[in-house]
Design a protein around this ligand. Structure first.
Ligand code: G1P
Length: 294
């Protein structure tokens, strides 16, 4: 068996325009919208850190510079917090900071699809497996989705795609996989299709925005073939790579919030607020009353 190489780097595509959230996203990137008190993208970076990721590659675009600032040190702010004895706030900033030199930013330049965004990271990733995390999708789970994927990867190698079950009526919005032989915590993938026509999905297992991919995916993406929506799709490239390498699904047991949709974003705020000791009781009581009156 070939050696299973460690996953050290992660790609985060953050170039999207966020038109579904206008006017909020006119000057603020959608990845910087907050769930309780953290930007969406920070949840995803923290999930990656918990899984042992050491280097974060952001594929950005115009108007996204604030993401770069967010993952950098803010000397004046830190000094002020220190002077004022605000140690908890200071620690919260320190904990989320990637190490010096552990972030890279590259620009996608044209909105040609998720596959194209991933391909833009090829030189920074080089010849090693990497994680791909779509920042629209925020996971709520004790252990973290990517950590579970890394555990499965360390056992079976190859490529891993996280999946969750969706309402069949929603399958046309996602990448859908076909289910094969069971594995401990997942199954072998037999098929992958991006945004299947209604009624044609091979299962209800949708790709929920987390992947571990081998670098050979870049050779396939470099052909720049268009798929669903006339975009270069990562799902199509994975399907081609599956001719040469195994693909396994990690069945995510936690909750996935699609923060690229308004309802998903609101629900993420409610769910994470209910996880927080400082605001849980107030949010819970007020929500109960609100729902009773709705
Ligand atoms: C992308 C992927 C799709 C996946 C989805 C999860 O689609 O192409 O396979 O199911 O993310 O959010 P997009 O949301 O960019 O249309």
């Amino acid at each position: 068996m070939t050696k299973i190489r460690r996953v050290r780097k992660a790609v985060l595509p953050v170039a999207g325009l966020g038109t579904r959230f206008l006017p909020a996203t006119k000057a603020v990137p959608k990845e910087m919208l907050t769930v309780v008190d953290k930007p969406v993208v920070q949840y995803v970076v923290e999930e990656a850190m918990a899984a042992g990721i050491e280097h974060f590659v952001f594929v950005t675009g115009r108007n996204k510079a604030v993401i770069e600032d967010h993952f950098d040190i803010q000397v004046e702010l830190d000094d002020t917090l220190r002077e004022r004895g605000k140690s908890a706030e200071l620690k919260s900033l320190e904990d989320m900071l990637p190490k010096a030199g552990a972030t890279s930013f590259t620009r996608q330049q044209a909105p040609l699809g998720l596959g194209h965004a991933v391909w833009c990271a090829r030189d920074i990733i080089g010849d090693e497996p990497f994680a791909l995390l779509l920042p629209d999708m925020v996971m709520r789970d004790q252990a973290g989705c990517l950590s579970g994927m890394v555990d499965l990867y360390n056992k079976v190698g190859g490529n891993i795609v996280a999946v969750a079950e969706c309402d069949p009526a929603q399958a046309h919005k996602y990448g859908i996989v076909g289910k094969g032989e069971d594995l401990d915590g997942g199954f072998r993938i037999t098929q992958m299709v991006e945004k299947p026509e209604p009624g044609t999905a091979p299962s209800n297992y949708y790709i929920n925005g987390r992947y571990i991919l081998q670098p050979e995916i870049f050779d396939i993406l470099s052909k720049q073939e268009r798929g669903a929506g006339n975009e270069i799709q990562v799902t199509d490239a994975m399907l081609k790579l599956a001719d040469q390498q195994p693909f396994s699904a990690y069945q995510f047991g936690g909750e996935t919030y699609d923060c690229g949709s308004k309802a998903g974003f609101i629900l993420a705020n409610v769910a994470f607020a209910l996880d927080r000791d400082d605001i849980k009781s107030q949010v819970f009581e007020d929500l109960k009353n609100m729902i009773a009156k709705a």
